[in-house]
Design a protein around this ligand. Structure first.
Ligand code: RFL
Length: 405
C-alpha cells in the first residue's frame, strides 16, 4: 500500500498500538498508561456500543483481585457479586457443589459491559489514554521488521492514518484483523467444533436461584446465571445454526422449566427476553501467539465456547502478562516477558480448553442420542457428588485456581 509521507500530520508515532478495546485491549492499555508508556487503542465500534454489548458475566477470583490491585477496576471485589456454590440438576434432583468450602475461592459475577465501562473510564478519562473509536479498515504492516505500523481510515475524514510503533498488541477478538495478519505457515490453528448450538438468552427477570445452575437433561443442557438484580442469563442447547425465531417466548420458558426442573427447585421467574442469539459452539487456539512485533491476546488468539465461562478470564490473563512484558521492554528492561509470553499464555489456555471439553461431555452427553455418552456423562456427574477428591479437582478447574499453569 502507499503510505502518506512520514512527515504528514496523518503519520504518528507511539511505542505501542493496541488493536481492539475489549477486556484484553483495554487492560493492556491500562497497564501501559499506568507505567506512563504512550500508546493508542483503536476500536471499530463506538464507546456506547462496547459499554453495552452483553457477553460474559463470570470472572475468576484471581482476575478480580488483579484488576483491583492494579487500579484498573478499583473496588471490584466489593462491587461484584461473590458466589460460593453452583448447582447441578439432573435425574430430577438438585446437587449443590460448594466450591468455596473446597478451595477457599469465589467466583464473581460482574457483567462484561460494566467491566469494559470501568476499563475505558480508567484508561481514557482518568489516565488520559488515547482511544479512537469507529476506526475502519484497520491494517497491520511490516510486523517482521523493527518498524511496524498500523493504519486505519479515520471515521470523520475517510483519510488513511498511519501510526508507526515498536509493538502491536492484537486484541481485536475472534473476528478481528490481527490474527489474519499472521501467515498460516507461522500460526498453527487448532480448532474444535462441538456440533451443537446454544441459544443465549438475556431475560429481564430477577435470578430464580441463589447461584449458577446447570441443568443436564435428556432434552439438552440448560443454564441459569445471575447478571444483576433484574437481569438473568439463560442458555438452552439447540441444534447448531438454529434460527432464534424458532424460539418464541413460550417455547423458551417451557423448555427452561423442563430442563431446569428438579424436586424442591424454586419456580423460574419469567421475564421479557431482551437478547436471543444462537451460538455455534466451537473453540480454537493459535500457536504461537507472537509474530514478529505482533502479540495476540484474548479471543484473537484463542476462543473457548462459553461452556465453562473461561474466555474473558483468559483474555485478562493474557493482558496482564502482555501489559507487563511490554512495559518492561519499552522502558528499557529485558525482553524476557515478551520472549516467554506465548508459552505462558498457552499453558493456561490449553488447561481451560481441556476443562471446557470435559464439561461439554457432561452437559451434552444425555441429549446426544448415544446411550454410551449419556451414561458416562451421568457417571462423571455422580462422581462429583460422591468423591470429595473429584469435587475438589472440579472446583479447582472451575475457578481457575490451580497454583501453576
Ligand atoms: P472482545 O471482547 O471481542 O474485544 C475485541 C474488540 O476488538 C474490536 N475489533 C476491532 N478493533 C479494531 N480493529 C478491528 N479490525 C477490530 N475488529 C474487532 C471489537 O469491536 C471489540 O471491541 O475480545 P477480548 O478482549 O479478547 O475479550 C474476550 C471476551 O470478550 C470473551 O472471551 C468472553 O465474552 C467470552 N464469554 C465469557 N467469558 C468468561 O470468562 N466468562 C463468562 O461468563 C463468559 N460468558 C462469553 C460469555 C461469551 C459469550 N458470547 C457472546 C460468545 C457469554 C457469551 C454469550
Amino acid at each position: 500500500m502507499t503510505f502518506p509521507s512520514p512527515h504528514s500530520a496523518s503519520v504518528q508515532r507511539r511505542p505501542v498500538v493496541v488493536v481492539g478495546a475489549g477486556p484484553a485491549g483495554l487492560t493492556v492499555g491500562g497497564i501501559l498508561r499506568a507505567a506512563a508508556v504512550d500508546c493508542v487503542v483503536l476500536e471499530t465500534e463506538s464507546r456506547e456500543f462496547i459499554e453495552t454489548r452483553p457477553r460474559a458475566g463470570v470472572i475468576e477470583e484471581w482476575a478480580v483481585r488483579e484488576l483491583d490491585r492494579r487500579g484498573l477496576a478499583a473496588g471490584l471485589p466489593g462491587r461484584a457479586q461473590a458466589h460460593d456454590t453452583c448447582e447441578f440438576r439432573f435425574g430430577g434432583e438438585r446437587h449443590r457443589l460448594r466450591y468455596h468450602e473446597l478451595t477457599g475461592r469465589h467466583h464473581y459475577v460482574y457483567p462484561q459491559p460494566l467491566l469494559v465501562t470501568d476499563l475505558v473510564r480508567e484508561y481514557a478519562d482518568v489516565r488520559g489514554g488515547d482511544i479512537r473509536f469507529g476506526v475502519r479498515e484497520v491494517r497491520l504492516h511490516d510486523l517482521e521488521t523493527d518498524r511496524p505500523s498500523v493504519s486505519y481510515l479515520c471515521p470523520e475524514t475517510g483519510e488513511r492514518r498511519v501510526i508507526r510503533c515498536d509493538f502491536v498488541a492484537g486484541c481485536d477478538g475472534a473476528r478481528g484483523v490481527s490474527r489474519q495478519a499472521v501467515p498460516a505457515s507461522r500460526a498453527a490453528l487448532a480448532r474444535h467444533d462441538h456440533g451443537i448450538g446454544w441459544l443465549a438468552l438475556l431475560a429481564e427477570a430477577p435470578p430464580s436461584a441463589d447461584c449458577v445452575v446447570f441443568g443436564v437433561h435428556p432434552r439438552g443442557f440448560a443454564g441459569h446465571m445471575a447478571r444483576g438484580p433484574g437481569v438473568t442469563r439463560y442458555y438452552l442447547q439447540c441444534p447448531p445454526g438454529d434460527d432464534p425465531e424458532n424460539w418464541p417466548h413460550e417455547r423458551v420458558w417451557a423448555e427452561l422449566r423442563q430442563r431446569l426442573g428438579a424436586a424442591g427447585a424454586p419456580a423460574l421467574t419469567e421475564g421479557r427476553l431482551i437478547e436471543k442469539r444462537v451460538l455455534d459452539m466451537h473453540d480454537y487456539v493459535v500457536s504461537s501467539m507472537e509474530f514478529g512485533r505482533l502479540f495476540l491476546a484474548g479471543d484473537a488468539a484463542h476462543l473457548t465456547a462459553p461452556i465453562a465461562a473461561k474466555g474473558m478470564n483468559l483474555a485478562l490473563h493474557d493482558a496482564f502478562l502482555l501489559g507487563d512484558a511490554l512495559v518492561a521492554r519499552v522502558t528499557g528492561g529485558d525482553g524476557a516477558g515478551l520472549a516467554g509470553y506465548s508459552t505462558a499464555c498457552l499453558r493456561r489456555a490449553w488447561d481451560y480448553q481441556e476443562f471446557s471439553q470435559w464439561l461439554s461431555g457432561v452437559y451434552h452427553g444425555p441429549a446426544s442420542g448415544d446411550p454410551y455418552q449419556a451414561a458416562t456423562s451421568l457417571a462423571r456427574l455422580r462422581r462429583l457428588f460422591t468423591s470429595p477428591a473429584a469435587a475438589r479437582a472440579f472446583a479447582e478447574q472451575y475457578l481457575g485456581a490451580g497454583d501453576a499453569y
